[in-house]
Design a protein around this ligand. Sequence first.
Ligand code: FAD
Length: 256
Amino acid sequence: MTTTEADAKQDVDSTQDVCIVGAGPAGLTAGLFTARAGLETLIVNAGEPILRRNAHLENVPGFPAGVNSRLFLDMLSDQVERNGGKLTEVEVTNVTKSEDGQFAVMTADERAIQSDYVICASWAESNYVADIDEIGLMKRGSKTYIDANDDGETGVDGLYVTGRLAGEPHQTVVASGHGAKVALSVIHDSDVPFYNDWVAPEGYFTGRGREVPPGCEEIDEEERQRREQQSLKVMQEYFESPHPESPTQHPSVREE
Ligand SMILES: Cc1cc2nc3c(=O)[nH]c(=O)nc-3n(C[C@H](O)[C@H](O)[C@H](O)COP(=O)(O)OP(=O)(O)OC[C@H]3O[C@@H](n4cnc5c(N)ncnc54)[C@H](O)[C@@H]3O)c2cc1C
């Protein structure tokens, strides 16, 4: 996906504030929020987000004529990295929690990633948490979900779940929104000072004699224009030509 071989090697036995399993809309959005709040964030993904099967994404707010779902995922991954989050492509095989409260996230290439918080965003896959006794797994028909409250908190302190795996409806923007909500719950449970993730015009708080609250930023007009120019450039590049990859077909559909 995104991280080079060299970068991936650096993650061997790395310590993170937050480790997220799964880089679909839920995991990527959760990582965007935790990274922007200043938490060291690593998203570990193996395989394809189910959204790559979509033919044309027409119900995500902000794209009046829809958007190629693979482009949408590329842009979301880029956004995570621009905001300080890291991504690596490998399967998570097991997660355990030690007595000091730290999680060990084990990967198929035998990395051990230590983290204070784990967010499971792996759509339907939950086998890697099966060794944690306090976890509540719920079966509904052929599907398994991880039991959690509205904020994604499971029965295991520091372990969260989001997206489809949390029983959220099977829609992209719901998965993204839930990822953000669960990330906010992680941020509030951490020691990071945080009010809201807002970028406001200069004076919005200070003009009323207030401090800029933690997590918020005031920018002046020059900086606002610089960021707008940058966003125009980046979006023009992304929308210059069609995405090279086609939708992934359902595995049970036979090729002619
Ligand atoms: C054909 C099709 C069309 C769709 N069209 C639309 C649409 O038009 N509009 C809409 O709103 N929604 C659509 N959806 C639904 C949308 O794709 C999902 O709601 C959304 O992708 C769910 O997001 P998620 O982050 O929970 O899961 P996913 O996007 O599936 O992400 C989970 C990720 O976790 C990875 N993973 C799993 N196990 C592990 C592990 N052990 N270690 C590491 N990584 C792991 C998976 O490989 C995957 O990359 C469509 C779905 C399909 C199948």
